[in-house]
Design a protein around this ligand. Structure first.
Ligand SMILES: Nc1ncnc2c1ncn2[C@@H]1O[C@H](COP(=O)(O)OP(=O)(O)OP(=O)(O)O)[C@@H](O)[C@H]1O
Ligand SMILES: [Mg+2]
Length: 308
């Protein structure tokens, strides 16, 4: 047994006492590493602003508001978005359609900052910031709001209270509900109630609303944040025919003041609201134009409309 081993054995079985003290373990100073003169390779930070020439090229001659420029997103080598470029104009109502797996949800994830692309950028006109470099709440603060497919409203609160809670600067359920609303806030809620067609249900608990009414309430809650761009994913899934008609009216009423992007599979509904339709396929834009032009495009018929 070496001296170090016997000292370790003694330390392990003997309680620490002032009389018996194990010799301190031998600590050999580490040999100094030969200094490397090479510097650490610098990783260039990604640009936080968009390329000026691309900005000009995408926005020239139109009332563009939001641009998605050459975005690629891969999952394990598979390209969910493949060099996708898309420009949305101010106040337009754009429908995005395409077969399952075309990349529609991934596109919304990139715009809202949930997914970071491998390459490409997203920007709003009037600002050269590349939004893909921001996090989700910074993007939301710039006025891009998203409505997911399932409505998420406060079931136990009334329609009015839900809208109150959605007002900017709301401090949470209790603080908001016991705070006094200003006249401007009250009027704003009343205008929203009218827009979403729920004035008569202002004091109904949200949990008692129909599926369609909940969807409208959630759209109303997003409107309280005064978005510049509203992304809506499959708004009419599960709705009755009458609710679909009402939703078409609502989305039409919203466009103009803000840009509305609707991702939808229901072609009858798309026909009822569409002005410009973008067809995605395999992460790329397959066709874009009026509903009539897109519907008669042989490529679109082959990969999408032909199957429905
Ligand atoms: N997190 C992920 N990991 C791996 N693959 C993914 C991921 N998210 C999406 N994908 C794949 O990327 C492709 C595009 O998916 P995406 O959900 O964007 O399509 P979609 O157009 O929204 O389809 P759907 O109409 O079915 O909603 C699909 O092949 C999907 O399987
Ligand atoms: Mg999807």
């Amino acid at each position: 047994m070496t001296a170090v081993e016997s000292a370790r054995a003694l330390r392990d079985v003997t309680p620490a006492s002032p009389e018996v003290e194990a010799p301190p373990p031998e600590v050999k100073p580490e040999a100094p590493k030969p200094s490397k003169r090479r510097s650490i390779p610098s990783i260039a930070p990604r640009r936080r602003t968009v390329d000026k020439a691309r900005y000009e090229a995408l926005t020239a001659g139109r009332k563009a508001l939001l641009c998605v420029d050459a975005v690629t997103v891969s999952f394990d080598g598979f390209k969910a978005l493949d060099n996708l470029t898309l420009v949305l104009d101010e106040g337009e109502l754009r429908c995005i359609i395409g077969p399952n797996g075309a990349g529609k949800t991934t596109l919304q994830d990139v715009i809202t900052g949930k997914t970071k692309p491998d390459s490409g950028c997203v920007f709003m006109v009037g600002d050269h910031t590349d939004l893909t470099q921001l996090d989700e709440h910074e993007i939301a603060q710039r006025g891009i709001c998203r409505k997911f497919q399932r409505p998420t409203v406060f079931q136990g609160h009334t329609v009015f209270e839900n809208l109150e809670l959605a007002l900017p600067g709301s401090k949470g359920v209790f603080a908001s509900l016991f705070a006094r609303l200003s006249r401007a806030e009250r009027e704003r809620i009343e205008r929203t109630l009218e827009l979403i067609g729920l004035t008569e249900h202002a004091h109904t608990r949200a949990g008692l609303l129909s599926h369609g009414q909940k969807q409208w309430l959630e759209i109303g809650m997003l409107l309280a944040q005064e978005p510049r761009v509203l992304l809506v994913d499959e708004p009419v899934a599960g709705m009755t025919h009458k609710e679909m008609e009402r939703t078409a009216e609502l989305l039409n009423a919203l466009a103009g003041e803000r840009t509305v992007v609707v991702v939808e599979h229901d072609m009858e509904f798309v026909r009822s609201i569409a002005r410009t339709v973008t067809v995605l396929h395999e992460g790329r834009v397959l066709a874009e134009g009026s509903m009539d032009a897109v519907q008669n495009d042989p490529k679109v018929i082959e990969v999408y409309l032909g199957e429905s």
